[in-house]
Design a protein around this ligand. Structure first.
Ligand code: COA
Length: 314
């Protein structure tokens, strides 16, 4: 489901936050039966950052995005925080961000698992289409708080961190050319965490479904945007496993070199992974004004989400 934007929006600021503590594969191998060689070969992950709280990481990333955008605190209309690891059952961790930044605006958390940031970004475009001017969009997680550190099948995968962008209303059509949000709820048993309990995952099947979902969602957004795979300068995929990224890029028909990859250093940070990879690509001068970017992710639910944006559009 999608339609033409009523009022456009564009990203004008960004920021990230990572806990100081870096945990290598070798360090994990001291507590569970695994090895650096296995983890790198099967996932591409070498290390991850662990620690902090979701609201503190979210606040740090959002503070940087706000500052860079130059938007006055009084002019921020909404904080949308994508997370599956809010500090508390309630209130939303977005309320802590709003308070810590000294904003006077709405605040809500959004849970679409690892697809969360793209869900939040599309939601923010909707808020702007219907009257908001400036929306802080954040993906932040402390997955370490719901990881079973005795389960080698999952604990080697995850990391903590946050990424944020400022989305501002534009006079023109804005950056969003196409989007796709989906959920296959009948597959929710493949990856879940019951209230107060650790994450449980059927890794092999999640892998299979992930490649299918990334390809289907990516193609849906390309079609809606009216662009081809060759037109895409940068793909920012969810960072779960480098083999999932490789297989998805191949099926989308986009060379692997066009993917933003940070999971070797950061692991899978769920809602934070796409903004962390996007900001890394920006900081490495991989984007120029007018470039087409495909954001694409999947996660528990099983959700999937993608968006085609024109970088720097007004
Ligand atoms: N270290 C060493 N061996 C491990 C291991 C680890 N950390 N984790 C699992 N193994 C073992 C298994 O016990 C199994 O041993 P066995 O053959 O003796 O039974 C063997 O390695 C193969 O396990 P398998 O689960 O088949 O490996 P895999 O190649 O599918 O890789 C994942 C496992 C989890 C890396 C992979 O399935 C995956 O990435 N899935 C998707 C996960 C994901 O994206 N989750 C987040 C969604 S947002």
């Amino acid at each position: 489901m999608a339609g033409p934007a009523l009022r456009g929006a564009t990203i004008t600021g960004w920021g990230t936050a990572l806990p100081e503590r870096v945990v290598s594969n070798e360090e994990l191998a001291k507590t569970v039966e695994t090895s650096d060689q296995w983890i790198v070969a099967r996932t591409g992950i070498k290390s991850r950052h662990l620690g902090g709280t979701t609201s503190a990481l979210a606040t740090e990333a959002a503070r940087k995005a706000l500052h860079m955008s130059g938007v006055a605190k009084a002019d921020v209309d909404m904080v949308v925080l994508a997370t599956i690891t809010a500090d508390q059952q309630c209130p939303a961790s977005a309320c802590t961000v709003q308070d810590e930044l000294g904003l006077d605006c709405g605040a809500m958390d959004l849970n679409a698992a690892c697809s969360g940031f793209v869900y939040a970004l599309v939601t923010a475009h909707g808020l702007i289409a219907t009257g908001a001017n400036n929306v802080l969009v954040i993906g932040a997680e402390t997955l370490s708080s719901i990881t079973n550190w005795d389960d080698r099948g999952t604990c080697v995968l995850f990391g903590d961190g946050a990424g944020a962008v400022m989305l501002q209303a534009t006079n023109g059509p804005g950056q969003l050319l196409g989007w796709d949000l989906n959920s296959k709820g009948h597959l929710r048993r493949l990856l879940y965490a019951d209230m107060g309990v650790h994450l449980v995952m059927e890794g092999k099947e999640v892998f299979r479904q992930a490649v299918k979902a990334m390809t289907a969602s990516g193609n849906a957004s390309l079609t809606q945007a009216g662009v081809c795979a060759e037109d895409i300068k940068l793909v920012v995929p969810h960072q779960a496993n480098v083999r999932i990224i490789e297989a998805s890029m191949k099926r989308l028909g986009i060379p692997l070199e066009r993917a933003a990859v940070v999971l070797d250093r950061l692991g899978n940070t769920s809602s934070a992974s796409i903004p962390l990879a996007l900001v890394d690509a920006i900081e490495n001068d991989r984007l120029e004004q007018g470039d087409l970017v495909l954001l694409v992710g999947f996660g528990a639910g099983m959700t999937s989400a993608s968006a085609v944006i024109r970088w720097g559009a007004t």
